[in-house]
Every structure is written in C-alpha cells, then in structure tokens.
Design a protein around this ligand. Sequence first.
Ligand code: FAD
Length: 437
Amino acid sequence: MSVNNKKVVILGAGLAGLSAAWHLQEKALDCSVFEKDHAVGGLCKSRKLKGFSFDCDGHLLHFRDKYIFRLVKRLLNGNIVSHKRSAWISNFGIFSPYPFQANLYSLPDNIGQECLLGFLKAVQSGERGALNFREWIDQSFGAGIARHFMLPYNDKFWTVPLEEMIYTWTGNFIPQPKPSEVIKGFFGKNKGRFGYNSEFWYPRSGGIEQLPLAFERGLKNVFKECKVDSVDLQRKELVARGKGKIKFDLLISTIPLPELAKILNPLPRRLSVAFNKLRWNSIFNLNIGVKRKCQPGRHWIYFPHKSTSFFRAGFFHNFSHSAAPAGKGAVYAEVAYSKRRPLDKKNITKRVIKDLVSSGILGRDNKISVLDINDIKYGYPVYDENYPEATAVIKEFLTGNDVISCGRYGSWRYMSMEDAMLDGKHAAEAVSNEKSA
Ligand SMILES: Cc1cc2nc3c(=O)[nH]c(=O)nc-3n(C[C@H](O)[C@H](O)[C@H](O)COP(=O)(O)OP(=O)(O)OC[C@H]3O[C@@H](n4cnc5c(N)ncnc54)[C@H](O)[C@@H]3O)c2cc1C
C-alpha cells in the first residue's frame, strides 16, 4: 500500500484533535475526525445565554511557543486581545495580589513576617530531596507560605492528600520567585512577572470557542455527534455512531484515557490494571449572569480555604466586553471534587451563590439573570504515586499498537490549550514521519 493511502482516524475534536487534523491537512494528508458532541471544541466550547457569553470554564490563552502564537493569531484573524493578569487571593479578610509568595507585603504584618522567615529558613536548608508534593511545598516555600496558602489551596484544588502526590509537574505551573524577589515583595509591590499566566490573550468577542470554530472552518471530514463506541486494535477497526465499522491504519486519540479504556476491545488485563490506577479531579463550574458588573478590572480571585466552596472565581466581563450585556457581569466559580472528596451536587449551586455573596463578590442586591452549570468530569489528571508507572505502561502499549494518544487527557498531563495544540501538531508530525518512513 502506498504510504499516502494509509487511513488516519482522529478521536475527539477538542483543540488537540483539531490541531492534529489541521497539521495533517497542511501536509496534504487526509484524516477523519470523530467527535461525540454536537460541536467541536471539547473543553473550549462557549455558550450564549440571554446575551451573556460563557465558556465552560474560564479559558485564557497563554503562549510560550512562537509558532502556536502565530497560528492562533492567524486563525482568530484579529479577534484577540492581550491582558496583563490582575489575579488576587482572598485571605485574612482581604484580597491580596497573586502570587502569594511574591507579595508578602500585602499580608497582615505578623503573617508576612512568618512567611518571610519560613521562606528564608527553607532557602538556607537548601535542596533536601522532597519525597512528595507536600514536602516539596514545605522545602520550596517554607512553613509560613505553606501554611497560609500553598497547602490549603492545593489540598482544596487537588482533593487528595498532598503526601500522595509527586511534584514533577510543578515547574511550569507554580511560580517559584527567586529569594531576592520574595524579599522585595515583602517590602512592597513587586512588579516582576511571575508564572506562565502573567499575561494572557482572549478573543475580543465570541468567547474561547472562536478558536476551535476557526480550526473547524479550515478542515474537511470532521464528523460530529459520532461517538466512537469501540476500537479493535488488532483488526484496526472502530465503530462510530451513525457510521458503523471503520477501518484505520493509524489512530490519533485525544479522548480521556479512562474513556479510551472503556472502548478498547480487547483490553489486556495488565493494561486494565494500569488504566484503573489513573486518578483525576472534577470541576463543577457555575457561570452566573448578574445584573451589575462586579470586581471591575479583576480577572480572577483564588479562595484557598475550605470555608468557601469554590477555589477560584473569575470575571468573563473583564476578559471581553462581549461576555455580558452593557452594565452587566458574567461571573464564574469553580469547585473541585473527586471520588475521594465527593460533591453534594444537590446543594452546591445554592452554596456557591451564598459564598459569592459572603465573600463580597456579589452584592446582596445583585440580581441573577441566568445560571449555567458545567460539570466537568475530567478536570485535572492527578499526579499521584502511581502516575509514572501507570502512564508509562499505557503509553508503551498504545504506541506499540499504532495509537498516538495525545492532548490533555490523551497524554494525561496538566496541559494548557497551547500545549494541547502543540501535542496535536506533534502527533501530525509523527504520522507524517511514519507515512514517509
Ligand atoms: C477547569 C479547567 C480550566 C482550564 N483553563 C485553562 C486556561 O485558562 N488556559 C488554558 O490554556 N488551558 C486551560 N485548561 C486546559 C484546556 O482546557 C485543555 O488543555 C484543552 O482544552 C484540552 O484539549 P484536548 O483536545 O486535549 O481535550 P478535550 O477538549 O477534552 O477534547 C477531547 C474531545 O474528545 C471528545 N470525545 C471523548 N470521548 C469520545 C468518544 N468516545 N468518541 C468521540 N469523541 C470523544 C470530547 O467530546 C472532546 O471534544 C483548563 C482546563 C480545565 C479542566
């Protein structure tokens, strides 16, 4: 068979699947994309309700890769605006600037001093080889920063004991300012740009789904409402709803690994054990259209303590004027949960609204126009002690069966939208190398 006659099938039309298809098409290679939902975008879908435009959860673009930056700008064709992050932390009855560790000046005096002294002690002790995420926090930031922000916030967010987590993923996601910057931030406002999200980009209008929609407009063979129900890797055949049996030579899967495990047939026992070891948290995100703009200029606020149901609240109307009708506000609040820490779904909406009022985000007189509930099953893959081995076993098996599993949930990594698009591009490159090998 000629290399170009090999049939490539992509599972999932989130950013990873769309990017894979886009980059294959750029190389003049055909593929078919099967998406279970009625629209493309995966987690990057948006919804219009009563004049408000909500993403399924706040989705802001960050760029480290010049190529992806240029691609996104080209796709969005001018419909994109940059913002300098205005992020805050609700603690000790005040909102202090994020990141906590670089802005100790903003804390009550005794807390700021405790944090700085703990940090200096940790620096003095040097590298001690942390055994888990909890120890890594203590050793990197010291006892005060750990106690007042890092431990409560991460426990609330990950929903598993932090001693059970590894910390290899932290590099890109948790800002680690230099000692000189922490000291500077103790004495006054720190102008440094910390972390991957100190600047972000967002569509001028239409919400984040403008990006997947732009990909889709340039693609052939994207089949929506076509859930893939089974994949036989020996016969290289899958069954997609409404399409029946489809043969393939190479498969790019971007669907969550636990979902792939359900449709792989047959699935060797060793693999089933590995898939069963994967852990994740889920995110319940409540979008709220309110009759008054709130928190002018602020993009999002972290809530580290258990007394508030959500770990973060954000403000779409401060990302884009089109997110809410004139004078109104589009707010979101995110609650993390998991099998380990289940959520009382019956009462959570009421509780979130109550907490938004008691934390001062919504005024008591702030009338709600609309609610939009997004219960995101796969939120963040949890990097626990089983993670390295389980993911290695799964990856080896899939690669050995001509499956490239990529994207946030296909590679099972804490990934941004940029990373997902890059992963899709790399999958397309691997296929094109295979085809020309
Ligand atoms: C709460 C939250 C907030 C986030 N905020 C940001 C942010 O601010 N900035 C940022 O850069 N990133 C953010 N991310 C990460 C970002 O959403 C992801 O990295 C990116 O969207 C992942 O794209 P993907 O294509 O890998 O996965 P997905 O978007 O999950 O796409 C997978 C697709 O597969 C489809 N599918 C599943 N099963 C099947 C099946 N059997 N058959 C066919 N199709 C199937 C799904 O419907 C879906 O469309 C956030 C993630 C979460 C959870």
